[in-house]
Design a protein around this ligand. Sequence first.
Ligand code: G
Ligand code: G
Ligand code: MN
Ligand code: NA
Length: 250
Amino acid sequence: LSLEQDLRQALVTGGFEIHYQPLVNLQTGAVSGCEALLRWRHPERGMVSPAEFIPIAEDTGLINELGEWVLRTACNEAATWPAHVRLAVNVSPVQLKCDTLALRIAGALAASGLEPRRLELEITEAVLIRDDEAALSILHQLRSIGVRIALDDFGTGYSSLSYLKRFPFDKIKIDRCFVADIADASGAPVIVQAVVNIAAASNMTTVAEGVETEAQREMLRALGCTEMQGYLFSKPRPAAEVHSMFGPGD
Ligand code: G
Ligand code: G
Ligand code: MN
Ligand code: NA
């Protein structure tokens, strides 16, 4: 309860910040996007992980207000990046139940001047399990305003290939549990290979998450993954440090 009150307070007085983690194109090595990852600097507890406070925000409905703050702040920030660098924002299943979401996103884009095609919304499979028809309709609205949709954490939870058929995602993010052992003798690159093949056959691209070693990077390149993300390139960093990630060629 106290964390809930603190969340309400922080929405009024500030206390949230956004860190950004680069997505790197596997062929060119250039930064192709950045994922916005919310951080909360709590006055007594220090940094609180989103894994801890997002569920509270979802249960209390605060996620809509918090999510809108993330979208507006991140879109404003991304509008200052080079035009080929996309912004990825995580959207909670609860936000996807709100039928004004597409309107709010269009509003954030218009206010920031960020082109819709530069915004990528990351959603998890939970969205498609909980409230199929309503969520699908909102996803189609979002698509029609020109933003891209990525399926996050693919392969965890109640993964079903039928989701890939029901909604035309632009991108699949392969969960880091499939990446962790990919370069080991005991690893299972066939799973990543299968996802890459499915994506290619359906006009989707792939991102491998949690890339930490060069051996993993090389394996993923050989498998034909489109992008990578992970500590090998950068941990999530504050907005002020993000420009230095783009490099001279960007
Ligand atoms: O960056 P970190 O490992 O702490 O993130 C933990 C989890 O919180 C991840 O699953 C991530 O997707 C989620 N998360 C981070 N920022 C946001 C956000 O702005 N909105 C939502 N809904 N989830 C977020
Ligand atoms: O669920 P989602 O993919 O949005 O969560 C991203 C989370 O993964 C962030 O909290 C981020 O800090 C974490 N993360 C990013 N790169 C790595 C990595 O290379 N290794 C590990 N273990 N975690 C990572
Ligand atoms: Mn994500
Ligand atoms: Na993920």
